[in-house]
Write a protein that binds this ligand. Sequence first.
Ligand SMILES: [Zn+2]
Length: 364
Amino acid sequence: MLKFDLPTKIFLGKNCIKENTNVFSLGKKALIVTGRSSAKKNGSQSDVEAVLNSLNIDYAIFDQVKSNPDIPTVYKGAETAKAEHADFVIAIGGGSPMDAGKTIALLACQNIAPENIFSGSYQKKVLPMIHIPTTSGTGSEVTPYSILSNHKAQTKSTIATPLIFPTYALLDPAYQKDLPISITINTALDALSHNIESILSMKINPLIAQIAQSGIKQIGDCLTAMENNDLTEAVREKLQYGSLAGGIAIAHTGTNIVHSLGYSLTYFRDIDHGRANALTIAEYLNFIAKTAPEKVALILNDMKFDNISQFKAQIDRLLGKKEAFTAEELEKYTQIALKAKNINTSLRAPSESDVLSLYKNSLL
Ligand SMILES: [Zn+2]
């Protein structure tokens, strides 16, 4: 069955906020959800505030979202939304504020006990949302997922419900003009991973495959530019498109092995999410190539690589010096990865020893 289901309305392009002010009339009072500083530095927050002021729409700001947001943070945000009587959410920033914004919008409308937050059973009540990504990575602006640090399970866990699709996604690559190269690389490799994992998922369909392939091509075009720190406006536009395509793709297929392996690297070693994925992506292609060589060949061809080794060499150059791991750490991460929700949705399901080999071949 071919299914395409994306309720989010998307605007991508320079000045898309100033040219689509009508979308901000989503309620009477907004809660702006963001991090401490980046939305202030790159101008996105002041652009949003100017639009809200011009429309006479009141707003409050919750700017306490850090990287890899946890459960206490989203409850705190929801309390702010309720205290301020906000009736819609505007999330601005990278994946962390956008993911937090979604759960805040959910918790602002219903009482969910923290132990049931990942249960998937929610009342059909949520504040409408506008998402404004200021990195090109997560694609969270077009997904039904909110990924939070789950200290009880010692990993990152996912809230997945169509309720939390944003109403609008506004993507202006100009906000990324001064984004540091390390964040640019990590987020781009996250987006690349979304597109690749989607194509190599059991849930892929031909329409989504086309979208994911277009994302791979656009990001593939930028790998050398990123290596050379040559981040032109055209590169920013391609990366933003690639991130959006990856978000649309995983909204339909989810992620699979690479993300399941990456969560422990982030949770226990504080390795950036995109970098964590990039560390295992080449070995993942080797693993899947044994089952679906033609699909892996297509992905490599889209990025103009002849083989996985060439791809791995470029990813390694982009990642630079790698972190050191012990075999004991990787054995522990293997047990956690095996419990991840999506690990068995790739075209080849990994056994316990496969997961350990993927870690070891990538990291030792
Ligand atoms: Zn990701």
